[in-house]
Ligand binder design. Structure first.
Ligand SMILES: NC(=O)c1ccc[n+]([C@@H]2O[C@H](COP(=O)([O-])OP(=O)(O)OC[C@H]3O[C@@H](n4cnc5c(N)ncnc54)[C@H](OP(=O)(O)O)[C@@H]3O)[C@@H](O)[C@H]2O)c1
Length: 299
């Protein structure tokens, strides 16, 4: 049976390190890390995420600021708020919760965030730095950055000689994940909905990352024996066995059958999920260190 990679425990380690780094920053006389989270509209899932991010930021000892804006906020008003946060020296990280209402151009909003405060890693400058291997100063999107930490726990930092297959090519997960694996010396293949014979390709992977958004799509017989399987997917499916109208979370990997073949696997929930918020905190404390002219801490 595969080793179960405990993302909750690794995320707790990251948050604990962020707390220590924050305390050390204050001892050095630098400004406390500040994280601003901006949410527009009433989307319930977004509100849960934002509340959780603000709560963890406080737990880390950060200055935590939340802008909760009505759904009819104009693009101009939102851009003005971002401009103000860009200029605010007490803020080191700015996060705009997506999705934004349809009348706002999300791309324009993201590109307005100062790259050195873009702790989500979505600004073109940070995308470009990751793509060119400038990892010392890049902010890397939190979910792939967290997935990479989980891979390192199993395989170490140098992945030379290993084949990695990333299923999914989104800008938020698949592409940055592939770039991180490449930077760690993997031979990387990115698969997507137009890939031919995905099961055969997946079977070549020493490290298989599923970021698709399709419940339990990756089957046990797609997996090379001993492979490290990282399941990024979060899918809610009906669970009538728990009672009428009930649901449960599953990943993009058929967990039970894959765990019999893989060497290590992340569960859903409790795998990649908890890492995302932890890495947001890691990026924010790193931003505060860089703003203070100090060496960027590594995780
Ligand atoms: N753990 C976390 O904190 C976290 C964070 C973000 C996302 N997620 C989860 O991760 C999953 C992926 O998220 P995302 O934002 O990357 O999704 P996305 O933007 O919808 O991208 C999905 C990718 O999967 C590919 N795909 C879809 N069907 C496929 C198929 N049958 N075979 C092969 N590839 C297929 C798509 O290919 P094409 O490009 O060809 O369409 C696309 O590249 C979702 O379940 C999401 O909920 C989790």
């Amino acid at each position: 049976m595969a080793e179960v990679i405990n993302g909750k425990s690794v995320a707790e380690d990251v948050v604990s390190k962020v707390k220590t780094l924050t305390a050390e920053l204050l001892v050095k006389g630098a400004t406390k890390p500040g994280l601003a989270v901006v949410i527009v509209g009433e989307d319930p899932a977004s509100q849960v995420y934002v509340a959780s991010k603000s709560r963890t930021a406080k737990e880390c000892g950060f200055h935590s600021l939340q802008h909760t804006l009505p759904a009819d906020t104009t693009e101009e008003q939102l851009l003005k708020i971002i401009g103000d946060l860009n200029a605010d020296k007490s803020i080191h990280g700015i996060l705009v919760q997506l999705p934004l209402p349809g009348h706002i151009d999300a791309g324009k909003v993201i590109q307005t965030i100062a790259p050195e405060k873009d702790v989500d890693g979505f600004h073109f400058i940070n995308v470009g730095k990751l793509g060119t291997g400038e990892l010392e100063t890049a902010f890397v999107p939190c979910t792939p950055a967290g997935s990479m930490l989980l891979i390192e726990r199993v395989r170490g930092k140098d992945l030379s000689g290993l084949n990695a297959v990333v299923v999914g090519r989104s800008n938020i997960v698949g592409k940055p994940m592939a770039n991180l694996l490449l930077a760690a010396n993997c031979t990387v293949t990115i698969a997507h909905s137009r890939t031919r014979d995905l099961p055969a390709l997946a079977r070549t992977a020493d490290i298989l990352v599923a970021a698709v958004g399709r419940p339990e799509m990756v089957k046990g017989d797609w997996v090379k024996p001993g492979a490290t399987v990282i399941d990024v997917g979060i899918n809610r499916v009906p669970a009538p066995e728990k009672g009428e109208g009930k649901s449960r979370l599953v990943g993009d990997v058929a967990y039970a059958e894959t765990a019999k073949v893989a060497g290590a696997i992340t569960p859903v929930p409790g795998g990649v999920g908890p890492m995302t918020i932890a890495m947001l905190m890691a990026n924010t404390v790193a931003s505060a260190y860089l703003a203070a002219g100090l060496k960027r801490p590594s995780f």
